[in-house]
Every structure is written in C-alpha cells, then in structure tokens.
Design a protein around this ligand. Sequence first.
Ligand code: MRU
Length: 337
Amino acid sequence: MKIIRAVELKDEQLHIIDQTKLPLTEEIIITDNLERIAIAIERLEVRGAPAIGVTAAYALALSLKNIPVEKQSDVFNVSYRRLASTRPTAINLFYALNEMKKVFDRFETKDNLYKLLLGRAISIHDDDIKLCDSIATNGLTIFSKKMRVLTHCNTGALATGGDGTAVNVIRKAFENGLVEHVYADETRPLLQGSRLTAWELHEYGIPFSIHTDSTAAFLMQHGKVDLVIVGADRIAINGDAANKIGTYNLAVLCNYHNIPFYIAAPTTTIDMNCSSGERIEIELRDKKELTHFGGKQITSDEFSAYCPAFDVTPNHLITAIITEIDIHKPPFDFSHV
Ligand code: MRU
C-alpha cells in the first residue's frame, strides 16, 4: 500500500503536505522557518494531534539552526511559546514540546544543541510511526467479521507521523479482509472527512463513501454501521476523550443504536495531568470557518457564530480505547500507563 507522510525532514528542511489543498491539489510546503511552521499548524495545513506534535518538535529544533550559543536560550524559549500558542486542545503538541525541553534543559550550553534537538525530533517522529503500527495491530481484534465502519474527521497518515490511528486500524483490517465499507463523515466545517480521509481511503483502495455528518443517524437506523472508530486529541485519565466536534454526537447515536464506539490513540494523547473531560480546554476557531466556504462568503458576517473545534465524549459512551499497549475497556484509569 502507498506510504503517505504528512511531515518529513529532508536536508534539514520540513516538507509538509498542505492539507488545506487536498484532495484537489497535492502541494508541499518546504520550510525551516519557525513562524511559517507555526502558521501552518494554525491554518490546519498540518493537523491531527500526533502530526502537530511531530511538526512542532521539528520546528523547535530547526529554530536553533545557525543560532550562536549565547542566543540559543532566548530563541528556544520564544519558539517554544510560539508553538505552544498554536492549538490548545491537541495534547500531543505539549507532549512533543516538553520532550524537546527535556533535551534543552540537559544540554542548554552545548554548541551542538541544534543537532541534539533535531535528533530528539527525529526520534519522536520514529516513535510515532511505531505507535501507529502497534495501534493497528491491537485494533484488529475488534473486527469479528467483515464489517461496515463509520469514522469521523481524519485519523490517517495525514494526521500523524506514521500511518494513522483509527484509519490505520481500518486499513489493517481491510488488508485482512475484514472491512466491507467505510462511511466517512464529511466533518464540518473544514471537511477533514470528505477531503482527507476520503483521499487516503482512495489511495489505499478501500471501498468508502462520504456523507454529511447529519446522515450518520440515518445510516445507523438502517442497520448499515457495525462499528464506529475515531481518534482523539486529548484523553483524560478517566477515559473522557476530546475529538473533532461531532464525535460526541456519534457516541450518543451508537449508544442509542447499540453499536460499539471505539477510540484509537497513542498513549501520547493521554493527558496525565487531566483527571476528567471538563478540564480539557476546547479550541474555538474563527467564525469565518462557518460564515465562509471554500474562501467564499455564504452568510452574513454580522451573524454571530460559535465554532468549537472539538467536543468531549464521556467515558461511559466509549466501548474501548485502543492504544499501542492494549485495548482498554471501562472503567478507564490511565494514571499508570
Ligand atoms: O482540527 P484537526 O483536524 O486537527 O482535528 C483532528 C482530529 O480531531 C483527529 O481526530 C485527532 O487529532 C486524532 S488524529 C490521529
């Protein structure tokens, strides 16, 4: 199957697939500029919690390229704060930044600090590739027969450093003859489902269709969905899980229709400082994401609009959380992973 990499380091430059252009145009952003990379994260040119973390780790390292030793500390701290301000909910961003800070704190005065930081960024990326593989292997066991799967947002290679979380489970199951069809929610307002998940499934040759988010209930009512699997941007210790807005709707629908609802995510998505979902900060996006569509205004700018990027699914609606370690069943307690 085709290998897709959302982010790659080549010749000390970051190559980022511009996800705002997919699937109609495949464009690569090539840069080592911290501000450009921070903007790419804010604009969702690169998005998905693990991919944001990997990108931020590279960005932090690259910001120290050619910086004299006496200025390294200031540059590191400014870059760290800029990246930390880009997207508040995806915990993988803060995981990656803090891993980089550990290296900085240990080797602050070294003149090869840049190389040490770049090495750590590469290892964060390599680890994420391995985490994605293990999640897919563990997730295979939820498929008892050839199944029809519904998913939300994008959780494939585009959203991670490796081959994805929930979409990677689907891909592995498909390779094992266990997927009949994938229903991809379009995922309003930025259409990560109908643009990105659809593009990946098409590249992999997995049978799928896209539908409006509000069609999910209809599909379930007509017995067309065997299981739902999605990703997460942040998971609390008690298993409450933040993911793309509309995920909670699906969990409620699954509960009503008696359909299993799974989350697939690496343990780097678990926030060990967060006891439950109410404590998860939810990113609010610019109202233009609702008032405009494809760059065109579709409703009055005078109307007020509410645009949370994520919602939180309470743990009692989650059948299991698939990580690289195991399939975790309720009651969830991630305090010791
Ligand atoms: O706003 P996005 O596109 O970054 O949101 C992404 C999601 O909600 C994904 O489901 C989540 O990050 C998991 S990615 C493996």
